[in-house]
Design a protein around this ligand. Structure first.
Ligand code: CO
Length: 196
């Protein structure tokens, strides 16, 4: 596959991965821990980030791209603006990247409550208010396997909780009221699942 490049500042390279939509069975599975921090994991992480930026999205979990393992990536800081290339074509300029890849993440502390309108690349077109903790402390390993701690708040904390749910087979629709949840899940089940 041809490598694509995104971004003016960072020249992030990667291959776009296919994002699976609900009701793909893998989205309901509990993902396995990562044991070997090898080249394959590094490559997958890079391509997940690439796919997330290109979508664009602020988070992407490995099960969404067909790998039932405990990895997700986030970036709640990047900006994307539409620009016109020198050859007259529309494209995007990316800036302010803050990519974080979290492997085997565990939330150690949750504080407060916050309601935020969430979306998900596996539920195109659905945006709903979800209540989650406002601050979280998360322990995780980076792509080298080194233990890291991140204290997050606001949108970044929300994003971490949304993505960690994906690793436990939970989609954000399941965090809504019974009524909304039933309605939305039915609507998606009726759609023909995309080939995976
Ligand atoms: Co999602």
């Amino acid at each position: 596959m041809t490598k694509l490049t995104l971004g003016e500042q960072y020249k992030l390279e990667g291959e776009p991965l296919k994002v699976l939509t609900y009701p793909s069975a893998i989205l309901k599975k509990i993902a396995e821990p990562v044991v070997n921090f090898n080249e394959e994991i590094a490559e997958l992480s890079k391509n997940m980030l690439f796919t997330m930026y290109r979508a664009p999205g602020i988070g992407l979990a490995a099960p969404q791209v067909g790998h039932s393992i405990r990895i997700f990536c986030i970036d709640t800081d990047f900006e994307r603006e539409r620009v016109t290339d020198s050859d007259g074509r529309d494209s995007f300029r990316y800036s302010s990247f803050n990519p974080i890849v979290l492997i085997n993440p565990v939330i150690k502390e949750k504080i407060g409550e916050m309601v935020y309108q969430e979306g998900c690349l596996s539920f195109p077109g659905v945006f709903e208010d979800v209540k989650r903790a406002e601050k979280v402390t998360v322990e995780y390993q980076n792509t080298e396997g080194e233990l890291q701690v991140l204290e997050a708040e606001g949108v970044q904390a929300i994003c971490i909780q949304h993505e960690l749910d994906h690793l436990d087979g939970i989609v954000f629709i399941e965090r809504l009221s019974q009524l909304k949840r039933t309605f939305l899940l039915k609507k998606f089940k009726k759609k023909k699942p995309r080939k995976s």
